[in-house]
Design a protein around this ligand. Sequence first.
Ligand SMILES: [Zn+2]
Length: 319
Amino acid sequence: MKTEKLSIKIIRKIVFISIILIGLLTIGVMASRSEVNYVTIVFPEDCETTVMTSKVLVSDILAENHIIILPDEEVYPSENANIDFTKTITISKATEEKTIVAEEVNSVSTEEILGKYVTVTEKIIVEQVEIPYETITKDVSSTGTETKDKVIQQGVNGLKEVKYKVKYQDEQEIERNVISEEVIKEPVNKIIQISTKVTARSGARNAASIAASVEGMTPKVVNLNTSAYCSCAKCCGKSNGITSSGAAASEWHTVAAGAGYPIGTVIYIPALADKPNGGWFVVQDRGGAISNNRIDIYMGSHSSAIAFGRKTLECYIYQ
Ligand SMILES: [Zn+2]
């Protein structure tokens, strides 16, 4: 009986120890399996929350907390990764920089696509172009001849054949280069015989000295758009009759010209040779709207300035 009791006691002890051992093992396994973490979740607006979880996969932790990642948001670490030692999940808005980069990539590819459809064609074309004649003067003052302002040879324009290489982009000309030029007909110069002496003799006293001052000089002959002005406010915006050169303007003498004609430049206009000045003028004034292909002749009254009108006249420029 005693041995029976003893063996029961031993069995009880064994069972008790076994139960304790099993219990300890179970707790150990449980503890290792269900490690509880505090994980911080950071949201794009810089607010954050800390959750308690036994999960380690980012997507699981997010799902557990009913957090949905929007299409324009990014998660770090990524959803299919485990949380790292920082125990932090950061949700951020996809950055604007990235959006811009994407747009740039798009625009480049658009250009590339367009580039493939722009057609540039090249053609060789031949055109006939006029060669303008030149007017040259022949001063016969020294020969003592009475001939003045006589056209001794009419000018005739020449002609040349020009070969161009022309580039077109979608039928629009974009570039033109001369390949060759061939003169078909040489221009014939217009030759005018002039005599400053003769002109001076027929002009007024003032004109005589102007003409004498340019004697022997070869003028440049140009066609200028000629009009007239007076000292009134309508013509000048002021009315004291003082020119840009400082000299008082005088009728049939003062001319306003562009910057291409220095103050003091003598201009002879054959078409006005019958005027009191014999056609001789001096640049003494400037005008805001006066370009180099225009001159303005000073008149004593507004009505005579209007009466003069506007005409293209051949001018001999002595400068
Ligand atoms: Zn006026």
